[in-house]
Ligand binder design. Structure first.
Ligand SMILES: C[S@@+](CC[C@H](N)C(=O)[O-])C[C@H]1O[C@@H](n2cnc3c(N)ncnc32)[C@H](O)[C@@H]1O
Length: 285
């Protein structure tokens, strides 16, 4: 078993252990997103920060009527459904989590877009179910962070993109190789608790160029994402000690404690400038 397979297994287990937390968030927020909110005054049309994030990435990726989108790490399907409903795109979402895929299919059915959207199980390192040169946009919102081998994902993304196609991702990356204060320790904690591998923006840029992408553009939207992550941080100040206590009493799992611990360090890293939130777009060369 390769490193990527091993990591994908751990990712799946993490989502399985925390499913209840996500479902509660979905119910409270009346959505099925598993990404950060975008708090941006210039984004009109909705007050929903989760939808703002999708709209803004869709604008950046230039998704339009008829655009063929492959959504890698589609989760509960909100990104795919939004691009079908609001941009008239056709979208295939892939994920390794069957329960998310089921929720995504229900999401598309409720939105009445099943003729434009479908979902299936596939690992984004492999994209075994996807033919080469069949997509205009490969979309990945907070998914690729779970990869321990992003070069491999980019290579495969390039192969499935048609001529003129582009990749559009939104995710957290480290700002530079030089750790600020205790950033190295916090990044280790974040990687373990959220099952992610935090690469630097520079490394992502190099990996994209090596995989055959050009016109690589990197947009730093950290400030617009901070308010939502601050909320999670503030809640972690209470929930981290509480869940730790509950774990000692056998009433909470390590994974749930890890979620709050990760949220705490994520915001600390963001405020210290060691971590940033970026949109990255690149054209198939
Ligand atoms: C943070 S969620 C984001 C979901 C969705 N993009 C959104 O914006 O709501 C990350 C998703 O990536 C999926 N994922 C992680 N590793 C994957 C892999 N190797 N192949 C496919 N999907 C993966 C997870 O199962 C999860 O659904």
């Amino acid at each position: 078993m390769g490193d990527t397979d091993f990591h994908a297994g751990k990712v799946q287990q993490m989502y399985d252990n925390r499913r209840k937390l996500y479902e509660i968030g979905w119910e409270k927020g009346d959505h099925q997103s598993i990404h950060c909110g975008l708090y941006d005054e210039t984004e009109h049309g909705t007050n929903d920060p989760f939808e703002n994030m999708i709209r803004r990435l869709s604008n950046t990726a230039e998704v339009d009527a008829g655009t063929r989108v492959l959504d890698i790490g589609c989760g509960g399907g909100d990104d795919a459904v939004w691009n079908a409903r609001h941009r008239d795109a056709t979208v295939v979402g892939v994920d390794i989590d069957d329960e998310f895929l089921e929720a995504a299919a229900d999401n598309a059915a409720s939105a009445g877009v099943t003729d434009q959207v479908s979902f299936r199980n596939d690992d984004f390192h492999e994209l075994a179910s996807v033919n080469d040169r069949t997509y205009d946009v490969v979309w990945g919102l907070e998914a690729i962070g779970h990869s321990a081998n992003k070069s491999r994902v980019f290579e495969r993304c390039r192969q499935v993109l048609d001529d003129g196609g582009r990749l559009a991702i939104g995710d957290l990356f480290a700002r530079s190789d030089t750790p600020v204060d205790d950033a190295g320790r916090r990044i280790d904690i974040l990687e373990n608790s959220m099952c992610v591998r935090i690469d630097t923006v520079e490394k992502i840029e190099t990996a994209l160029a090596d995989a055959g992408f050009e016109n690589i553009e990197i947009l730093d939207i950290t400030e617009a994402v901070k308010p939502g992550l601050k909320k999670s941080y503030l809640s972690s100040l209470f929930m981290y000690p509480l869940s730790s206590l509950l774990r000692r009493l056998g009433r909470a799992t390590d994974s749930v404690v890890g979620f709050y611990r990760g949220s705490y360090h994520m915001y600390k890293l963001l405020s210290k400038g060691a971590l940033g939130y970026y949109f990255v777009t690149a054209d198939r060369a």
